[in-house]
Design a binder for this molecule. Structure first.
Ligand code: SAM
Ligand code: SF4
Length: 430
């Protein structure tokens, strides 16, 4: 999500005549795009501006803070961090150039945490995508779920789905420009609910999201991935749609957060562990070999050793290909912030390490199924890991490294896997 936001910030700036540089000391303006999901990410902003101030000495550039921390902290950032000139919230991306110009003209601090313009243009210029072959396409913004630990509904506002006709228009446009893989993104893509049926007519499905998947698949773009899916709204129709269309990739990211029903209820996730397992069983019984990844939090307020062991058992049962594990981080303004943060930091670390070890072991076992298999890989860039190395992602969203000529960049090739590493696969062109 943050990469996608950064792509749109640089698209807007380039459109308005600004030139990008990777050298912050040569820049007139430095923009820091922030995330506030965990406290660590927020601390990074404070030290980042501090380091910049030290390095720049007298020639301090104009500094802008954007993203979630900007949205939540607003004006207070000017007091908290010396050297910040403008603060723009998550929905003010389209007004970044105006804020810079105003800063230069008036020398005053600029604050904009307002709503998005009705005619906001979501297009990302080809030159500002992180890859010429892969594009992120937001289909829904914001979140209405209010999981008790999470700051996102406050930093990103309420859910708003984009009209399917516009999503499809953008997919067709990207396809024409040579993009091979599109990622439909949003905090909860499967909560997709556009205001009209425009673009969905003729596409069946039990939810607007599965209808959208069918409509996007019908454009014929080569690969479609989507993230993140919310477990409560993840119905079997989504799996059926994947089974129907080859270009819907075989990867689902379905964050579970905890293996304990007691903790899931305190988190207000809206589903039980039994319901989650039903969804896992459906995914596992699919005719497609679907890779499954997740997010898990350890040390949520009130999480006992027994609750934690439920998470360990859950990880054993699900056999995730990969899991992001986080230590609970209290976020001011969320309901969980009012609960006693009663799992000590040391205990959180112990649980994190134990769960990480279990996941590593399971992951290693699970990934063995790819050994000697031929995977279709989109060649995205040169890899520094080997001489003549190329790297890309499989349809199951694994990083795959192999050797080959540069001319393969942007192509989808067959790679036979001969080595499994912790977070990536190695192979040979087939
Ligand atoms: N919408 C997605 C969902 O519900 O599954 C997740 C979006 S959130 C930006 C990404 C992940 O950050 C969450 O799945 C959760 O594991 C983690 N997270 C969010 N708030 C957190 C907190 N206060 N402490 C630790 N981890 C947190
Ligand atoms: Fe946060 Fe829950 Fe919304 Fe995901 S669904 S963004 S975890 S509130």
């Amino acid at each position: 999500m943050n990469v996608s936001d950064s792509e749109r910030i640089s698209t807007t700036l380039a459109r308005d005549g600004f030139e990008m540089t990777a050298d912050e000391m040569a820049a007139d303006v430095v923009i820091i795009n922030t995330c506030s999901v965990r406290e660590k990410a927020e601390h990074k902003l404070y030290s980042r501006v501090g380091r910049l101030r030290k390095k720049a000495a007298k020639n301090m550039p104009v500094v802008g803070v954007m993203g979630c921390v900007a949205q939540l902290e607003g004006e207070t950032l000017f007091e908290k961090i010396e050297g910040v000139n403008f603060v723009l919230g998550t929905r003010a991306v389209g007004r970044v150039s105006a804020a810079i110009n105003e800063t230069f003209q008036t020398g005053k601090n600029i604050l904009d945490v307002g709503e998005r313009e009705d005619n906001y243009d979501w297009t990302v210029a080809d030159t500002h995508r992180h890859s010429p072959y892969v594009a992120f396409l937001p289909i829904i913004e914001g979140c209405n779920k209010f999981c008790t630990y999470c700051i996102v509904p406050f930093s990103r506002g309420r859910e708003r789905s984009f009209e399917a006709a516009e999503v499809i228009r953008q997919v067709c446009d990207l396809k024409e420009k040579g993009v091979r893989e599109v990622h439909l993104i949003g905090q909860n893509v499967n909560s997709y609910k556009p205001q009209t049926d425009s673009g969905l007519a003729g596409f069946t499905g039990k939810s607007a999201f599965s209808r959208l998947l069918r409509a996007v698949a019908a454009t014929g773009i080569e690969r479609i991935k989507f993230t993140t899916s919310f477990p409560r709204d993840f119905n079997s129709d989504i799996v059926e749609t994947i089974e129907e269309y080859e270009n819907l990739c075989n990867w689902v990211h379905l964050p579970i957060q905890s293996g304990s029903n007691r903790v899931l209820a305190a988190m207000k996730r809206g589903h039980t562990i039994e319901k989650y397992f039903e969804k896992i069983d459906r995914l596992r019984s699919s005719s497609r070999e679907i890779a499954l990844t997740t997010d898990i939090i350890v040390g949520f307020p009130g999480e006992t050793e027994a609750d934690f062991q439920d998470s360990v058992r859950m990880v054993e049962y699900c056999g995730f290909d990969m899991a992001y594990i986080f230590k609970y981080s209290p976020r001011p303004g969320t309901p969980a912030f009012e609960m006693a943060d009663d799992v000590s930091e040391a205990e959180k670390t112990l649980r994190f390490l134990e769960l990480e070890n279990v996941q590593k072991r399971i992951q290693n076992n699970r990934l063995q199924r790819y050994l000697n298999k031929v995977l279709k890989v989109l060649v995205e860039s040169r890899s520094s890991r080997t001489h003549n190395g190329l790297t890309g992602h499989s349809t199951c969203h694994k990083v795959v490294n192999f050797e080959g000529p540069e001319q393969l960049l942007g192509k989808i090739v067959d790679v036979k896997i001969n080595e499994i590493k912790a977070n990536s696969l190695f192979g040979k062109l087939n």
